[in-house]
Design a protein around this ligand. Sequence first.
Ligand code: MG
Length: 488
Amino acid sequence: MNQLYSISEILSDYKIIEALNHGKRLMLWDMETIMPMAGIEERSEVLSNLETYQKKLYMNLNEKLDRLHDENIDNDFSKAVVRILKKQIHYYSSIPDEIHREFIKVTTISEDIWKIARKRNNFKMFEPYLEKIVDLERKIADYLGYEKHPYDALIDIFEEGFTVDDGDKIFNYIKMESKGLVERAIERGYGKNSGLNYERYRKEWLINIFRELQNKFDISDKRFRIDESVHPFTINISPDDVRITTRFEGIDFKKSLFATIHEMGHAIYLLNINREFGCTPLYSSASYGFDESQSRFFENFIGKSREFTEFIYPVLKKNIPLMKKYDSDDIYYYFNSVGRTPVRIDADELTYNIHIAIRYEIEKNLMENKYEVKELPEIWNSMMENYLGIKPRNFKEGILQDIHWSQGSFGYFPTYTLGNIIAAIIKYKIAEMDKHIRNGNFIPIIRFLNEKIHIYGSLYEPKELLKKSFNESYNPEYLIKYFNEKYI
Ligand code: MG
């Protein structure tokens, strides 16, 4: 008779996979923050060897997962363990080794090539690599399998269960409802060019402000730290060791302030997942969209509100000497300047999702073989003109602006907009949010997020969690309602 296994045996095996994850995350953090530059070569090698070893461990687990006691999988926790492990195993087992290796090799090189091509404003240089990546992404989609659209297979890697059917509806709605919003917001005074954009600041001033926010957000020093890196990020080494990074440009302090608030939003999520999920596959956010909803909720829906400006103005005045020249209204418009820019990361709330809609449409059509890579610069520019009314002046602020494609992250972009959509849903479900923010009392807000989202980790698929906690789907109407209420 075949031996049968229990969930606890599976979880006991998983502890080794998690130990490797712990080590990998610490290495990634180190790479981005303090590692001496020359360490990169050996580090990349070590990481890829760990990945190979992990894959073996997953495949071993697979045999046990196929022989589970039935009575073990009749509760949400066990179902989630099986679901999450099976998803990872499906990824490993359906993509042939040589394709996986080629993908890693091509994306490693192409990221470097992209950096140079971008600097030199030369698309032709990046084109053959992007062609190779698109070709591999198509193959990977086929290997992973899909019901309706090849792009579904890729999106599912980042947002379980989300499909092109969902995406088409959402992006068409947002594109339509966004028409004219910017012009009207500018008429309402949101187009001002604040003098604060050009004010220099000292790092220490912001560090004091970050400390104050950390206290207000109830983030304990015992489980959290902030360091510096070129691109700010959040990483959960373990449930009691969550780290963020930020950066200081020395001018225009809102950039550093909002990057930090954004990452704090991610950290608050990871610090509040059910502690019992530690060392299990459930110890992660529900999806990339959910993860991004928390950072954007703090950055935009809290951080860029009138009420937050009122709360933070005295804090800014206490720490930034030049703030005496400005009042709280100046700060509000400085935080919320609206205008059309060709660059996604500089975009305001109103146009940000249009930038994503363009990338979504391009990725989708590439997967359908409707576009060819060599046509992309032209397609990109005409979409920018059609949807945003601006034409990029060069590749650098056009098709070459994002790192994602060079890393082979097709299917990732839509999750940014899903984050905004979920954040808007949350805004309209929290009682007395404005009052709490004005009083600098963030605890009731964070408690709500804990109960509705954080605690669950990845116990439920994102669509299921939206339904369960908010009785909603990825409904973009809240986001458009928020835009209209705030800007118009
Ligand atoms: Mg983020």
